[in-house]
Design a protein around this ligand. Structure first.
Ligand SMILES: [Zn+2]
Length: 71
């Protein structure tokens, strides 16, 4: 099934999105904060990138409701 995983750039919430085609445009909406700024994430378990990013740091950080530990 063409289900891709995305990560919200605002709150870091991970969510899955059903995509018909790989080239089809999908509207990403974060289920946690409603942000449309999502980034496609690789569904690889254990792969953790600990690189710090420089940019606008958001001060509103909230823990995930019930979706496992926030990595
Ligand atoms: Zn979000």
């Amino acid at each position: 099934m063409p289900i891709y995983e995305y990560v919200c750039k605002d709150c870091g919430q991970k969510y899955e999105k059903f995509v018909r085609s790989a080239t089809a445009e999908v509207k990403l909406v974060c289920p946690s904060c409603g942000s449309e700024r999502g980034e496609k994430a690789l569904s690889l378990f254990g792969a953790v990138s600990g690189s710090a990013r420089s940019g606008g740091a958001s001060t509103s950080f909230s823990s995930a409701p019930s979706c496992g530990p926030v990595g």
